[in-house]
Design a protein around this ligand. Structure first.
Ligand code: M1P
Length: 253
């Protein structure tokens, strides 16, 4: 199916931005045909984009190998990796911003802390180094879906991630870092201000009059909170991908 050019869409000055996990897909799982079809219909009317915390590789796994063609704007890592109509936009990097010396101290502290806490299971990849952030997972990013669910339940009881975030804040008060618990088994660490509002700078001079944002973690402390409450967006708090579809059908009948 060919895409209607942006200039020919009836609401070309409206953009809908979507969080991924919990909004377009169940956490870390794949998008359904119903969501894909709804997005394709909405894209005939206005401009669409996603803004996820994960890196583009994971969004490809979840949204499909042709993700760059499914959306007009693709914002991975909160927009630190950004594409418009399949073309890569300029980006910054976490390591350049923080510097090797501070980064080294941060990693040493994290690995030491993780080696000393009680956990029922450990897998692999406890720190994932990304372009615009690092992702820290006490169980490790190699956990299976069942192990993810187990860790999430354990974390609800023992606040493993919340305690670790407090320890990091106390240890590095002058690093200007934000710690965001957005998923099931990990938290993201990035420079303060590099939350999902970061992606808005890529569209600020593109003439949009209305920016809808859809997210599930819109509560304070959730990784959709800043963009959901930002003055530039109309925020929609959703409970599931089915809820996103329902709201889209109401907004774009
Ligand atoms: O998109 C939300 C989060 O998804 C993943 O979290 P987890 O693996 O803990 O479920 C990560 O990619 C994380 O960076 C992201 O914010």
């Amino acid at each position: 199916m060919s895409t209607v050019p942006i200039a020919e869409r009836p609401q070309k000055d409206t953009i809908c931005l979507f969080d991924v996990d919990g909004t377009l897909t169940p956490a870390r799982l794949s998008v359904t045909d119903e969501v894909k079809e709804t997005l394709a219909e909405v894209r005939k009317k206005c401009v669409i984009g996603f803004v996820g915390g994960s890196d583009l590789e994971k969004q490809r796994e979840q949204l499909g190998p042709n993700v760059l063609e499914m959306f007009d704007y693709c914002f991975a890592e909160n927009g630190l990796t950004a594409y418009r109509c399949g073309e890569k936009l300029a980006s910054q990097s976490f390591i350049n911003w923080l510097g090797e010396e501070k980064y080294n101290k941060l990693v040493v502290f994290i690995l030491k802390y993780l080696s000393e806490i009680e956990l029922p299971k450990r897998r692999g990849t406890f720190i994932e180094f990304r372009n615009g952030m690092i992702n820290v997972s006490p169980i490790g990013r190699n956990a299976s879906t069942d192990e993810r669910n187990e860790f999430e339940a354990y974390d609800k009881q023992h606040s493993v991630r919340a305690k670790m975030v407090s320890a990091l804040k106390e240890q590095f008060p002058d690093f200007s870092l934000t710690y965001s618990i957005g998923g099931q088994i990990s938290f993201d660490v990035f420079p303060t201000g590099w939350d999902k509002t970061y992606c808005l700078q890529h569209i600020e001079d593109k003439g949009f009059k209305t920016i809808h944002f859809f997210g599930d973690k819109t509560y304070e402390g959730g990784n959709d909170y800043e963009i959901y409450t930002d003055d530039r967006t109309i925020g929609h708090s959703v409970k599931s991908p089915a809820d996103t579809v329902k709201i889209l059908k109401e907004l774009f009948p």
